[in-house]
Design a protein around this ligand. Structure first.
Ligand code: IPD
Ligand code: CA
Ligand code: CA
Length: 263
């Protein structure tokens, strides 16, 4: 398998999907809820996932596909070539703001990340990586992350976790927020990951993400030296939902050890 040719294939497919999504705003979105009132899906999420599946299967029928909307197969292992796809990450932003949503895709072989993509559809900005070759923001190489003191860090975090909740000690989280320089919350996990790998954020923490939210991002992270783990500090599991942190290596350990106390 020529990984650079596969990268060209993936980029072309992503740009084409992005164009279709931008055009979709000229006709009506059909919005439905999934697990709850805040878990949205639209006809465009489903159509985009199907678009990717058809493109990949037409050229690589033996590749497995794990997609958020469940239109690929029921992937139970990462053996062989596997695509992990979130057709629209940030569906609430997509529906409400018509911006700040991403296509994100990871390509793995036997569980090893080979190609990672996060595409900001409205800005037409691509963050991507090829294992061992580096990472890019559009055509510019992304640099290795430089150390940052925790006190100067800007961290992506959802306000829910600094209020009483059932997953994490919110008082410790509040301490973290008071220690650092600032927080941001963009409403798309992939966007927050893209901002960490490009140094616009220094970390991003979430209590529950799915493999398709983080798959592509973990591959880009590795190329710039960002650390991705669950909140216990273990490797990310790409077959089930889990907690998640991506951080500049200089602050990852300190955040987990001093400020995260899971219940
Ligand atoms: C969601 C977004 C959101 C995160 C949620 C995800 P979706 O993905 O990434 O920022 O907080 O946990 O489920 O549903 O818009 O693809
Ligand atoms: Ca998502
Ligand atoms: Ca999604």
């Amino acid at each position: 398998m020529d990984i650079n040719k596969l990268d060209e294939f993936a980029k072309k497919m992503i740009f084409e999907a992005g164009k279709r999504i931008r055009e979709a705003f000229s006709y009506d979105l059909v919005v439905e809820t999934k697990s709850g009132a805040n878990d949205l899906v639209t006809n465009i999420d489903r159509e985009t996932e199907l678009f990717f599946i058809e493109k990949i299967k037409a050229s690589f029928p033996q590749h497995k596909i794990l997609g958020e909307e469940g239109m690929g197969e029921d992937v139970k292992s990462l053996e062989g070539p596997v695509w992990i796809i979130d057709p629209i990450d940030g569906t609430m932003n997509f529906v409400k703001q018509h911006r700040h949503f991403m296509i994100t895709i990871g390509f793995f072989v036997d569980g090893v990340g080979k190609l990672g993509y996060i595409f900001d559809v409205m800005r037409e900005d691509l963050f991507h990586a090829i294992e061992g070759q580096g990472a890019w923001y559009n055509d510019s190489p992304l640099r290795q992350l430089q150390p940052v003191p925790l006190e100067e860090a800007v961290i992506g975090i959802n306000a829910t976790w600094v209020t009483p909740n059932r997953l994490v000690n919110h008082e410790k989280m509040t301490e973290l927020v008071h220690t650092i320089r600032g927080t941001r919350s963009y409403g798309s996990a992939a966007m927050e990951i893209a901002y960490v790998v490009s140094g616009k954020l220094d970390a991003y923490i979430s209590m529950r993400l799915a493999p398709w939210d983080i798959g592509g991002g973990t591959i880009i992270a590795k190329e710039v030296g960002a650390i991705t783990t669950n909140l216990k500090g273990e490797d990310c599991n790409l077959l089930s939902k889990d907690t998640f942190i991506i951080a500049n290596p200089s602050i990852h350990h300190r955040i987990l050890n001093e400020y995260i106390e899971e219940k």
